[in-house]
Design a protein around this ligand. Structure first.
Ligand code: ADP
Ligand code: MG
Length: 324
């Protein structure tokens, strides 16, 4: 008998996967049965990755498996949620065992790391595409949202920005960088780290939060719009990796950080009154957040500054135009 859909699910997505106590019934029936903890709200996010659009043929299957979960866990992180369950809709052009092995390893590794269980999905034939839905919990009323920023709040970003964009530019030969820098930034493009622990730490602290998938400028603007506020950013405060600053000139590095996507860091706002608690909460965090500016009352106005003056790097010959 040919290796069919059920063999595929059994071989790659069932045996030796992490299990959780709150899953009454996982893969195998018509639907999953799940227990939501009392006094919690369920947080749900879905993201799709399409071959040729969100990743290309060079992308290792293990990276695709990691990333399709990571982008969803990053959405949960931005809500302050604790991840619990994932489901997977998989569309495959053919039965490719090497690809499925790599993909399922990548997905299983990140599930194990974040204590998530794959609770079901769907498998169809067609152009390669993956959709993951992630489910998580927050205590009732405690979720982080985009609409809570207030004038005077401080703006932070976690980790460093621009690396994934540099990796993509190098891969597409739009920029030339050293092998060691390339390895560094490619790791960030292929294996992003969703800031799950940080998001949960921010629950009682941040007034708003978002994850950076489309670039700081684009994503911060979602907070500004939802919260009906503006922002001042000091471009020299934006955290940049040595791989980025060592590969392009200073204003270009800032432009990557501002405009290129795929970093999956968190951008969030902290009221002055919560700053002490916040500093304690994040003291030992591995992707330690950096303060980059402040929320203003000027609705939807994003002002990029250097030494208090408007920063011109975005419109200069090395800047923003590269990304538009
Ligand atoms: P149905 O036809 O009832 O929708 P399916 O044949 O699509 O059932 O799926 C059988 C079982 O396998 C279900 O529990 C479903 O959630 C699970 N499943 C299907 N595809 C996947 C996948 N890619 N990953 C994980 N579980 C899957
Ligand atoms: Mg089905």
């Amino acid at each position: 008998m040919a290796f069919g859909e059920f063999d595929l699910i059994d071989t790659y997505f069932t045996r030796r996967w992490p299990e959780r106590d709150d899953v009454v019934l996982g893969v195998g029936d018509d639907a999953a049965i799940l227990k939501v903890p009392e006094a919690s709200e369920l947080i749900i996010a879905t993201d799709t990755m399409v071959a040729g659009v969100h990743f290309d043929k060079q992308t290792p299957a293990r990276a695709v498996g990691h990333k399709v979960a990571a982008v969803n866990l990053s959405d949960l992180a931005a809500m302050g949620a604790e991840p619990a369950w994932l489901s997977l809709a998989l569309t495959l052009p053919e039965m490719d065992h090497d690809w499925l092995t790599g993909f399922s390893h990548g997905l299983r590794e990140i599930c194990a790391y974040y204590d998530c269980q794959l609770i079901g999905g769907d498998t169809t034939k067609g152009p390669l595409s993956l959709t993951v839905t992630a489910h998580g919990f927050v205590p009732v009323g405690a979720a982080l949202r985009r609409d809570g920023a207030k004038p005077g709040d401080w703006i932070y970003v976690s980790g460093s920005l621009g690396d994934a964009g540099l990796a993509l530019a190098a891969q597409q030969q739009r920029v030339e960088i050293s092998d060691s820098h390339y390895r560094r930034v490619l790791e960030r493009l292929y294996f992003p780290s969703p800031r799950v622990a940080l998001g949960q730490n921010l629950r009682d602290i941040a007034s708003s939060a978002i994850d950076i998938s489309d670039g700081l400028v684009a994503d911060l603007q979602h907070i500004l719009k939802s919260s009906n506020v503006g922002a001042r950013i000091d471009v020299d405060e934006i955290p940049l990796s040595m791989a980025l600053t060592g590969s392009v000139d200073a204003d270009q590095a800032i432009s990557y950080a501002l405009c290129s996507g795929d970093d999956y860091e968190l951008c969030f706002t902290v009221p002055e009154s919560r700053r002490g608690v916040f500093d304690t909460a994040i003291a030992r965090h591995p992707a330690k957040p950096t303060c980059i500016g402040r929320i203003t009352s000027k609705a939807k106005d994003l002002r990029l500054e250097r030494n208090g003056e408007v920063w011109e790097g975005m419109t200069g010959k090395n800047g923003y135009d590269h990304f538009s």
